[in-house]
Design a protein around this ligand. Structure first.
Ligand SMILES: [Zn+2]
Ligand SMILES: [Zn+2]
Ligand SMILES: [Zn+2]
Length: 236
């Protein structure tokens, strides 16, 4: 990916510019018609090569070129993500099936774009009994796909470890931590940009949760944090 020339005018950017998570630059002076749902690149009106992501969002050509669109493509990525998570100490006792779904199925309004969800069996009274599957939005970049699988494996792992009825901010914060750890292992510039975006996320559940859990890990270590979350339902 060339970081030196503008995606809209092809010249080195003059003045302020927008940097996508791929490191592509676009002069801020070009009128934009929305942004890529995955990397933040501004879209120029009539610009070719963009594709639909959800009903209200689009994907840029760079993200589309790396996309996980088919079951075969997903299957080729999943074992490496499971191995990476195992290397981080996160192993599922029972394997959980990963399926691809239309992004619109898991995006029914609300802020931000939802990239995946964990399907859990809930017994009467609201207690989660087990995790029956993980759904990932079709059409993510392979890096988004891996980070989302890592996040959802986090939910499954918490459920299998008996961490029930956690505060949402704590549960999503732990899962964002796992996702961030996977992105760190991945080691690419794009993965680094995605991890930074998750850390900077202004969302009160996902971003604030991630920062709280990360600060706790820095103070107490990962083992103490996970023991406390699974045993007492809170940070140490
Ligand atoms: Zn330009
Ligand atoms: Zn993009
Ligand atoms: Zn989650």
């Amino acid at each position: 990916m060339s970081a030196s020339t503008c995606t809209a005018c092809g010249a080195p950017p003059s003045g302020r510019y927008v940097l996508s998570m791929h490191g592509e630059v676009t002069c801020a002076r070009h009128p934009a018609d929305g942004r890529c749902a995955l990397c933040g690149r501004p879209r120029q009106r009539e610009e070719q090569g963009w594709s639909r992501f959800t009903a209200t969002t689009a994907r840029c050509p760079t993200c589309a070129a790396q996309s996980v669109d088919t079951v075969e493509q997903a299957r080729s990525h999943i074992p490496a993500v499971r191995e990476d998570m195992a290397a981080l100490g996160i192993r599922l006792d029972q394997r959980v099936r990963v399926t691809l779904v239309d992004p619109d199925v898991i995006n029914t309004g609300g802020r931000g774009v939802c990239l995946g969800r964990t399907l859990q069996r809930v017994e009467e009274g609201g207690a989660v009994t087990d995790v029956v599957g993980i759904e990932i939005a079709r059409g993510l970049t392979s890096t988004h796909f891996g980070a989302t699988v890592a996040h959802e494996i986090g939910h499954a792992w918490l459920a299998q470890r008996g961490a029930r009825a956690l505060a949402r901010q704590l549960e999503e914060g732990v899962c964002e931590l796992f996702s961030g750890a996977w992105l760190k292992r991945r080691g690419t510039e794009f993965a680094r940009a995605m991890r930074q975006a998750a850390l900077d996320n202004p969302d009160a559940v996902y971003g604030a949760g991630y920062r709280a859990v990360r600060d706790s890990v820095a103070a107490h270590g990962i083992a103490a944090v996970l023991d406390s979350v699974c045993g007492r339902g809170r940070l140490p």
